[in-house]
Design a protein around this ligand. Sequence first.
Ligand code: FE2
Length: 243
Amino acid sequence: MIDIHAHLIPGVDDGSVSYYESVRMLEMACQCGVRALVATPHSNIPIHNNYYGEWFENCFKKLQDLTKEIPITLYKGMEIYLTKDVVDLVKDNKLITINNTRYILIELPVLDLTHNILTNIKSIINANLIPIIAHPERYELFYDDTSLLMQLASQGCIFQVNKGSVLGQFGATAQKLAKYMLKHGLVHIVASDAHSPYQRTTRLDEAYDYICYRYGSEYAKTLFYINPRRILKDENIDRWGFL
Ligand SMILES: [Fe+2]
């Protein structure tokens, strides 16, 4: 499996707090069948004021050195808080896409106006980038009305659901929306959004088994293997294959 969303870089956000925890997270991922993982620290958000730089390269290199015995390939990325200047910050190399592809992992500003969200997403798409909306099923914004979700999909966004939401670990409402999205072919990737080796872990196997059982093995393979691999290779993914 390939995990495109994990807070693995230690000490820079609310994810892993140490290299010890990061190594444990990668061991756990390996044990459940993950073979590639994208480190995606929170970025462009005031409380985690993380912009790309030497610190990122140094931490990433150290993590690679500490885990070279673990058969997982690490890739660089960021979970980027949506603001109107995301495209400029990418052009300035202050924010990075997943593995330097067109795919950019986006965290939505839940308190912002719908109009601003759509406008800022549009500016990303106009820059020939492809927004991957991180865990849409966790935003109250979509709970009573899925039309914004559909607008984002028709703009060209793709959706990454958290494995914890599928399993009910973020509450009944997030699970309900995750299931609705799975049923209607609105999920393109499932990722761990792992924050530690203790809670919100890197284990993907339970969610994979659940989706295999409830929705079929072809869908599960698409969400955990095929689409994440296409993202890493900067290939197009089938957005409506299950509708
Ligand atoms: Fe995250």
